[in-house]
Design a protein around this ligand. Structure first.
Ligand code: SAM
Length: 201
């Protein structure tokens, strides 16, 4: 990720962290995927959440799963501050997904809507890193905005910022993961959003 793009992400997500936390607090549209993920994860797992934001998705998962270790990673310090306030006993790290060194082994990785901010090159390299970091049968919760493998400059929800976002198709995502040693356990589509639950085979 370029220095400029990283700063743009920090501006968009950092300045709007409180608003974002409230606006997207309700994750119940993804309940099927969340329940599936929680039902299939091993007990007391070691979990890493990429682009955790203020912890909206984490809250649903932590309601059902008792992790041995749970780390939230986000590029925006304001998001990490909210995450840490909400979950003071869990680990909160400010950092970029693309340069973060994954600790091995991980039982599960959660990536809730941080995918639209990753280029195809970054995505391919992330999937490889995830494959190496996960234990056998380790799980991945993966949500993204569906599209035709295109990148578009999109206005942030407050209308104040423009950000390049990436939209990937179902077929692209399926073939990327299956070709990298993952098996689909579940898929849910909610409007323009897709959620896969992957298992490392
Ligand atoms: C749309 S929000 C999703 C937040 C949370 N996962 C949820 O589902 O509510 C995307 C989050 O990913 C973070 N993010 C985007 N690209 C990132 C990167 N390269 N490294 C770390 N965090 C990133 C943003 O700062 C933002 O908090």
């Amino acid at each position: 990720m370029s220095f400029d793009y990283s700063n743009q992400l920090k501006a968009v997500f950092g300045k709007n962290a409180e608003v974002y936390a409230e606006k997207f607090a309700d994750q119940s549209a993804f309940q099927e995927s969340i329940d599936f993920f929680c039902a299939h994860i091993k007990s007391n797992p070691i979990v890493l959440e990429l682009g955790c934001g203020p912890g909206n998705l984490s809250a649903y998962i932590l309601d059902k799963v008792n992790p041995a270790s749970f780390t939230g990673l986000d590029v925006a310090p304001e998001m990490i501050e909210l995450f840490q306030k909400r979950f003071p006993t869990h680990n909160a790290v400010v950092g970029d997904i693309n340069s973060f060194s994954f600790e091995h082994p991980l039982d599960a990785i959660i990536a809730g809507f941080c995918v639209p901010y990753l280029s195809e090159f970054e995505l391919r390299s992330l999937v490889k890193k995830m494959k190496n970091a996960l234990t056998i049968n380790g799980l991945c919760y993966w949500s993204w905005i569906l599209g035709n493998n295109e990148s578009k400059t999109t206005k942030s929800s407050d209308g104040k910022h423009q950000l390049l976002m990436h939209y990937y198709s179902y077929e692209f995502m399926k073939s990327l993961f299956e070709g990298s040693g993952f098996e689909v356990l579940n898929y849910q589509e909610v409007g323009e959003d897709g959620v896969f639950i992957w298992q490392k085979s």
